[in-house]
Design a protein. Structure first.
Length: 68
């Protein structure tokens, strides 16, 4: 009986460790997904900025050509 109590305690504590590891893995997966979504949003914003810059350059060239 004296050996059974430490074994039960060890089993209970190891189960907590598994649950903690599972939670950490889930949190890491969520963070990875958040990072990927953030990168996608940043790429989309960069594309919009590039498009706006292209439009500004085209407008400036059009005005320059019209002035000639």
């Amino acid at each position: 009986m004296k050996r059974l109590v430490p074994l039960i305690a060890a089993a209970a504590l190891s189960a907590c460790g598994v649950d903690t590891a599972s939670s950490a893995a889930t949190a890491a997966a969520l963070k990875k997904q958040e990072l990927e979504q953030g990168k996608k949003t940043m790429d989309q914003a960069q594309q919009k900025i590039n498009q706006a810059m292209d439009q500004l350059q085209q407008s400036a060239q059009s005005r320059e050509n019209a002035d000639k």
